[in-house]
Design a protein around this ligand. Structure first.
Ligand SMILES: [Ca+2]
Ligand SMILES: [Ca+2]
Length: 694
């Protein structure tokens, strides 16, 4: 009887009953199942936790659900990432590990993570038995917890289908020779999906979340988790994607995955990827100052939140890939009482669309340049067919004389592509300028492998940079065959996205310039005492040096941007110029690495930083102890600044006392969201706003 009741609970979750109220905020590997702080953790609608004892999960589930009966709790199941394999998973047989042709186990993440050989059916069977909890030592008991409704689903890490990207020498078939990547990847993706399919059969209603999953996994999983590098960094770090590109990416997955969808968009701060942090000691890979700096990257958080709010996905913002566990960032936006969505997001264009370029298979003329051996025009479309493997190759490119993308104009691009043979590694579409180079000029790059036999629409919404030779390109790494059957390019002009909720509306920009929106009626901003209206950051790369300065390069903490400078020259001075957008009181901060050294690591060989740096701002002098810092924003002082240009100079170097120059930050006293009534809102690029009903 108990069993039947709990099965019903699972079915209720599977019908989507949990999705009540936006914003939907998740915590990824932040909540320890042993916690007793249910007030804190019940604020999140979804908790993705790591493997922990059964009793901890039972207590967590009971404690959280008393406060939020609809909370979704996921455990993390091992599938492709095994830490401490011999200690934790002694049931794994020798022949079940993925090995190279020399017989060594394949590892990733600084040699700490081992991979089971999913192409071995006995190994996949063992992984499913592990879910059932019948393998002895360190039983997972995921299965029991799913049956009892303690958890609602399982998160799986590193679900990449092209396992060949982990190394050129993988010998999954055990013949002593490196496997053919195409064959290996095909078998790998099939084995992953076989595991997911059988998992869902054994546990009807289980929510299956998969990090890194692609379009070939979609029918078998309830959602993908995107780490920042796969999604929001393309907006906030690279500026290759517009917010609508990010929304399209999430929506494409949501529409085509198992119901209910539980995609998670995880955005990280800009400094969370330092390789030296990996494998340090797991807990203190970021300093308190750096964590605070990450927390105050408000616009970065907002870009991710607003893209996510245009979809039904969950959002979380954290430090970065290598520092989970102790980050509990929380923002006022998370508490906005939006309630349920009244419909999908809409895109609103600010002007009538301009010219539309249309091409479809069979048309007499076409916009594609001659691209050599692997592509040719046929009556059915542009045929791309590559065999023989190899590194990146241009699969097709449009000719700028036939299809011109003008700098600064905004375009919607829709490319119809049929997958004949899926990419063995990656097929990438991007708008690119050869003059600008990929790093600076790329717009909307999309990477996929394709689902054989299916046609899909690759959508890019972008504003080209200042170069005049942009073209739409396809790049193929490894083999694959595709048929391009249609192309539609519309000069749309800038846009914004809007989604209406029971409690208000959410706006997100689709323009690289500020966009002013007149609201349909007055609305109320959220009331957030923390986030300044204006944040101005000016890095050392934009300043002027006097005297001798040297670049500093970690590794203990992360400078702001590319580097920072230091000097022991008594004549040394550094000057920044900041443009202040509105007259107000501003608090000024300096990013300083200070004398922080990680516990257990040798002290830095250089001299300590000065305790008496002198910052001169508009003739006012502020004394700062630069030694007492750990990579965060150190307060210099508060003063009134008029709109316009201001210079800041720092001095105070001397023998035995280093002076540091990195970024400065100005925070206005006026707040971004002060609870006021508004009739218009201005959307900054890669940003948005929540407007509540008055
Ligand atoms: Ca082999
Ligand atoms: Ca810097």
């Amino acid at each position: 009887m108990k069993h039947i009741f709990l099965t019903l609970l699972l079915i209720a979750a599977a019908s989507g009953a949990f999705a009540s109220g936006f914003p939907k905020i998740a915590s990824f590997w932040g909540c320890p199942p042993s916690t007793g702080d249910y007030d804190l953790w019940s604020r999140y609608g979804m908790l993705i936790c790591w493997e922990s004892p059964y009793d901890d999960y039972v207590r967590l589930s009971r404690g959280i659900r008393e406060l939020d009966p609809e909370a979704v709790i996921l455990d993390t199941a091992i599938l492709t990432s095994f830490g401490r394999p011999d200690e934790w998973y002694p049931w794994m047989k020798d022949e079940w590990w993925l090995r190279d042709s020399k017989g060594d186990r394949v590892t990733t993440w600084a040699g700490q993570v081992y991979i089971p050989n999913l192409t071995n059916p006995d190994c996949v069977e063992a992984l499913l038995l592990h879910v059932d909890g019948v393998l002895g030592i360190r039983d997972s008991r995921y299965g029991q917890m799913l049956r009892e409704g303690v958890i609602q689903g399982l998160m799986h890490d590193s679900v990449v289908s092209n396992i060949s990207s982990y190394g050129s020498d993988i010998d999954a078939d055990g013949d002593g020779k490196p496997d053919d990547p195409e064959e290996l990847n095909r078998k790998w993706a099939e084995a992953q999906n076989d595991y997911f399919r059988r998992l869902a059969e054994r546990y009807p209603g289980v929510l299956i979340l998969a990090n890194d999953a692609d379009e070939n996994h979609r029918p078998f999983v309830n959602g993908r988790l995107w780490e920042s590098g796969r999604l929001m960094d393309l907006v906030s770090t690279r500026h290759w994607w517009s917010l609508p590109d990010a929304v399209n990416c999430i929506e494409d997955f949501e529409k085509n995955c198992r119901r209910p969808s539980i995609c998670v968009n995880l955005s990280s701060c800009s400094m969370g990827y330092d390789s030296w942090r990996i494998g340090l000691d797991g807990k203190t890979v970021a300093t308190e100052g750096e964590k605070d700096r990450a927390r105050r990257e408000y616009s970065r958080m907002r870009a991710g939140l607003f893209a996510t709010l245009m979809t039904d996905a969950w959002f979380c913002y954290d430090f970065g890939t290598v520092s989970y566990g102790d980050i509990r960032y929380w923002y006022k936006e998370y508490e906005a009482p939006l309630g349920d969505a009244l419909g999908p997001a809409r895109t609103v264009f600010l002007q009538k669309p301009g010219k539309t370029f249309l091409w479809k298979a069979g048309d007499e003329s076409h916009p594609f340049a001659d691209c050599g051996d692997i592509c040719r025009m046929t009556p059915e479309g542009l045929l791309i067919d590559r065999t023989g493997g190899g590194s990146w190759m241009t699969a097709f490119a449009t000719d700028p004389d036939a299809l011109y993308f003008a700098p600064g104009k905004t375009y919607s691009v829709e490319l119809e592509i049929k997958t004949l043979r899926k990419a063995a590694e990656i097929f990438q579409i991007a708008l690119r300028s050869p003059t600008g180079g990929w790093e600076k000029s790329d717009r909307g790059p999309q990477s996929f492998q394709g689902v054989p036999g299916e046609t899909f629409t690759c959508r890019i919404f972008c504003t080209p940079g200042p170069w005049k030779d942009y073209s739409l390109n396809g790049f193929l790494r490894g083999n694959g065959s595709f048929l391009v059957t249609g192309l539609k390019v519309t000069e749309t002009g800038p846009c914004y996205m809007v989604r209406d909720f029971e409690g208000g509306s959410v706006y997100a920009s689709g323009s690289p310039k500020p966009v002013t929106v007149t609201l349909p009626g007055p609305g109320r901003l959220i009331d957030d005492p923390e986030t300044p209206r204006h944040i101005v950051e000016v890095d050392n790369t934009e300043g002027k040096t006097k005297g001798v300065w040297l670049p500093s390069s970690g590794p203990f903490v992360r400078c702001f941007g590319a580097d920072c400078l230091w000097s022991v020259d008594p004549e040394a001075a550094f000057e920044w110029t900041a443009d202040i957008p509105e007259t107000d009181d501003y608090t000024v901060f300096a990013c300083l690495e200070g004398d922080y050294a990680h516990p257990g690591w040798p002290r830095k060989p250089e001299d300590p930083y000065t305790k008496a740096a002198d910052y001169s701002i508009d003739g006012k002098s502020f004394r700062v102890d630069q030694s007492a810092a750990d990579g965060g924003w150190k307060e210099i002082g508060t003063l009134r600044l008029k709109k316009g240009s201001h210079t800041v100079t720092v001095t105070g170097a001397g023998p035995g006392a280093r002076l540091e120059a990195d970024s400065l930050r100005f925070e206005s006293k006026k707040r971004l969201n002060d609870g006021s009534l508004v009739k218009k809102v201005t959307l900054l690029p890669e940003d948005g706003v929540i407007v509540l009903k008055p």
